[in-house]
Design a protein around this ligand. Structure first.
Ligand code: M6R
Length: 590
């Protein structure tokens, strides 16, 4: 969600460093930005609504060795310049940026008002500099005052703070990621590693309930509650500059869709012993629960079908945000499988906390190595999709499904068969995703681009893919799209179909083919324009997008043409598919 980057060190262009870092966090999605630089005259702040990339000159940034910057994704308070971060204390000396939510901000705000503090924004964040200012009346040490203030906050947050009279950059974390970048000439503190990847690939992770204080020369991690020092390892991260750039593509979304030719094969390349151990853990668990949000949740739903059809084993799926209500079914022998691209999604982390609280074990399936979910799980499988920058998740989904499918095969002792099936699927996708194919789908996008509504149907493992199709189309093209189980149509949604309404049918060459084709025929009878995504043609299709016939992996290939269609719908409708309005790449608030 919000992006944070701070720097303190020997370089004198700290302002430029943090703004450049902020631009590398743009993919996360935001609505306003701000930067603060400590100069010889105090702290200079500039903030505004809109995109930092639209600012043509950075001349406003003065020479500085201590600076921080922020991109805001509005939660509390509208998108206004006043609400953009950083926020400052009454004396203008204490400056703070936040990622997350201070849940008890209303009470704190009232208390601070009675003590004479004035507020200029409607955000929760603004209470932070004022509370630190209040604490500094009795505690002159800036870092100690930040700690005291943090102990009063409720909620999940990551904050970075600085003071006009102090050389320190101070940060604290309870729930929202903050990572220290260790450079030769100073330290960065950021919400995500791309922010400083041009300067360093050596990192130290701040864990929940910790704070960090640095003057650019030395650094001290400590427990937020006790103040006791915490020792941290330095970890080398790998950054492929090729993977993090758009290359020949106009947008990350299309690049990442095309990368599925390779990323699925990478996901399958797992340690055999580990997959077999985890497959046994699922079979032995007294209740396995799959959780994720948005697209990751659709991978979990698809896995319900994989485990059922392939392994004959029942598992439970819940959107992570609904998992709270499942706590009564959890035992120490239960297993939670948390699926996430970013590894930072607040609701998924909350589900893990609930499961761990009941003594259950947690398996994480993540893309982002070093993320909070990856570090907090008992076992972690990485899908190795490489950085996913577009807000719309594409290659992460198919990587997650590939790993889950592999586990389903391992559950019946047929891991090699699953591996072969998936590698054949990856090869078939390689053949499918050629320029002629994407141009054909672009033509369909051209044809339906003016439609205001779009419906998608599927059955079996194509049902979660119908739901996922709707998410993809909604989030990048802003066309109203809804996915249904084909059999549900006649129980209500079919009333929405008019002459020419575009309807996508996700079809496999499987036991439910006849049923879903019947549903497509029902749609056509009401005037629906049927786009069939299927290995085999059928006369009901007005347009047929051919996909390879890959048996149990059909859901993985069927979603890909919809990703391409969503992309072209967005572009043709003049939308930026990489940065959809109102959305963030990593949803770190509940
Ligand atoms: O990083 P995660 O996989 O945990 O993110 C979960 C969702 O926020 C994410 O999949 C979201 O739905 C995507 N924007 C969909 O494309």
């Amino acid at each position: 969600m919000c992006g944070i980057i701070g720097y303190v060190g020997r370089r004198t262009n700290a302002g430029v460093l943090v703004v450049e870092g902020l631009k590398r966090l743009e993919y996360r999605g935001y609505d306003s930005w701000g930067v603060a630089c400590k100069t010889t005259d105090g702290i200079a702040i500039r903030k505004d609504i809109g995109k930092i990339s639209a600012v043509d000159s950075l001349d406003f940034l003065k020479q500085s060795s201590l600076a921080m910057a922020h991109t805001r994704w509005a939660t509390h308070g509208g998108v206004t310049q006043e609400n953009a971060h950083p926020h400052v204390s009454c004396d203008g000396k204490i400056v703070v940026v936040l990622n997350g939510i201070i849940e008890n901000y209303e009470a704190l705000r009232e208390e601070l008002k009675t003590k004479g503090h004035t507020f200029v924004s409607t955000t929760d964040t603004e209470v932070i500099p004022h509370l630190i200012e209040e604490e500094m009346k009795t505690e002159s040490d800036f870092a100690a005052a930040v700690r005291r203030a943090c102990l009063r906050f409720e909620g999940r947050y990551g904050i970075v703070a600085m003071h006009a009279d102090s050389p320190l950059l101070v940060a604290a974390r309870t729930g929202s990621p903050l990572i220290v970048g260790v450079a030769d000439d100073g330290y960065f503190i950021a919400s995500d590693t791309p922010a400083f990847q041009d300067s360093t690939t050596t990192v130290q992770y701040l864990d929940d309930g910790e704070m960090v204080v640095t003057d650019g020369g030395s650094i001290l991690f400590s427990d937020l509650q006790t103040g006791q020092e915490r020792l941290k390892r330095e970890i080398q991260i790998t950054v492929s500059t090729v993977e993090s750039q758009k290359g020949e593509y106009e947008h990350y979304m299309l690049k990442e869709i095309m990368e599925q030719k390779e990323s699925i094969a990478r996901a399958v390349n797992q340690d055999v012993d580990q997959i077999e151990t985890l497959a046994r853990a699922i079979l032995e668990a007294q209740g396995t629960f799959l959780v994720g949000c948005g697209t990751a949740a659709k991978a979990c739903m698809a896995a319900e079908y994989f485990f059922s059809v392939i392994a004959g084993h029942h598992v439970n799926f819940a959107p992570a945000s609904e998992f709270k209500l499942y706590h009564r079914f959890l035992k120490p022998q239960s297993l939670l499988i948390a699926v996430s691209q970013s590894g930072e999604t607040a609701d998924t982390l909350e589900a893990m906390k609930i499961a761990k609280g009941k003594g259950a074990k947690v398996l994480a399936i993540v893309n982002a190595a070093g993320s909070t979910i990856a570090r907090e799980a008992d076992f972690t499988l990485h899908i190795n999709a490489g950085p996913e920058r577009a807000v719309a998740s594409t290659k992460a989904l198919t990587g997650q499904m590939a790993v889950l499918l592999l586990i389903a095969y391992a559950m019946i002792g047929k891991l090699p068969k699953g591996r072969t099936r998936l590698l054949e699927t990856a090869a078939a996708i390689n053949d499918m995703l050629n320029p002629r194919y994407t141009e054909f789908i672009e033509g369909i996008a051209e044809h339906i681009q003016e439609s205001s509504d779009l419906y998608i149907i599927g059955k079996g493992w194509n049902y979660p893919m119908a739901l996922e199709s709707a998410i993809k189309i909604q989030e990048v093209s802003y066309v109203h799209a809804e996915g249904f189980a084909g059999g549900e149509l006649k129980h209500g949604p079919i009333a929405l179909i008019e002459k020419g309404t575009p309807c996508i049918a996700l079809v496999g060459n499987d036991e439910v083919r006849t049923d879903i084709i019947s549903n497509a025929i029902e749609l056509k009878a009401r005037g629906g324009f049927i786009i069939g995504i299927s290995p085999v043609r059928h006369e009901v299709f007005d347009e047929w997008i051919k996909v390879p016939d890959v048996d149990t992996a059909q859901a993985i290939v069927n979603i890909i043409p919809v990703q391409v269609l969503a992309y072209f719908l967005a572009v043709k409708r003049g939308k930026d598919p990489d940065m959809p309005r109102n959305l963030a790449k990593s949803v770190t608030v509940k």
